[in-house]
Design a protein around this ligand. Sequence first.
Ligand code: ADP
Length: 361
Amino acid sequence: MNPENRLVGAETDGEDADEQAVEAALRPKQLGEFIGQPKVREQLDLVLRAARARGGTADHVLLSGAPGLGKTTLSMIIAAEMGAPIRITSGPAIQHAGDLAAILSSLQEGEVLFLDEIHRMSRPAEEMLYMAMEDFRVDVIVGKGPGATAIPLELPPFTLVGATTRAGLLPPPLRDRFGFTAHMEFYEPAELEQVVHRSAQLLEVHTDPAGAVEIAGRSRGTPRIANRLLRRVRDYAQVKGHGVITRETAAAALEVYEVDARGLDRLDRAVLGALLKLFGGGPVGLSTLAVAVGEERETVEEVAEPFLVREGLLVRTPRGRVATPAAWAHMGLTPPQQPSGPSGSSSAAPGGPGQPGLFGA
Ligand code: ADP
């Protein structure tokens, strides 16, 4: 299985142009339309209102959180609310300080610069960014060796919106230069239901409340996944149903795509299934588990496990991976009986069956 093409993957790696276009069409355009994340919304609203009242640019904003939770969307909202243009780029696209200097020097006054995956920027670019964020100035180095000269370049005031999935990887000097930092959490099911209803309306497909509940429950706390599942369910409803998304159509459609009631897909279920059926629930080492499901170690560790851990279905222990009671229940399997040796479980009541008195007084 190619993990990049997972229906329940939150990254955009496997998306085609069509999918990106739909995603763009579904983005909320204003803060008032943005669902969930109440604290982030409230705080950001204050930051933007204050900046507008001052007639200045907003402070630099750092957004952290898992893929698909709305970081790009929020950066566009910031620009829209400030009535400013936006430039979008990413850390990996900026490998040389010169790349960054070219972008910074062409910004308009008040422009929002969205820098996705900011933790993946090169070190020299990062250092240039420090000065740009603080003083709206960069030193462009011209020439090489002893003859190299730094030419200071004034920049118009701008707002940097940095996004990262790993806030912990940002060097403190960079983190400290953001005036406002927000951490985005996974969404509650009720919030995802709202996302589904909103997107269904934009896609002009009728979804009844129970249908939205069914999709939301399988969306792994992530709006991007909710929107993606909605589109697949819509296809199914069009082809097999009356075009209306009910609980039954949503469940049947997602069964076809092998996304179960909790949002686990084939890979997740294969990992969990092997752990339970072949290794009695563990502990088992990661490499052994990976071989058992015919996947790379990294795929199991980085693609399947984070969600299983988050859902409380699997735990990583020093002795290996262990399934939780919830995993047995979810997969409809019964855990093996714990061997009740003579050393006595609490069930071996004194005088009861078993070997009473063997270790007794
Ligand atoms: P990120 O940049 O964090 O990976 P995006 O901003 O690209 O995530 O969001 C992915 C998709 O999810 C977008 O199409 C957007 O429509 C939708 N989305 C994200 N957050 C929300 C939200 N709070 N309300 C409604 N839709 C959202």
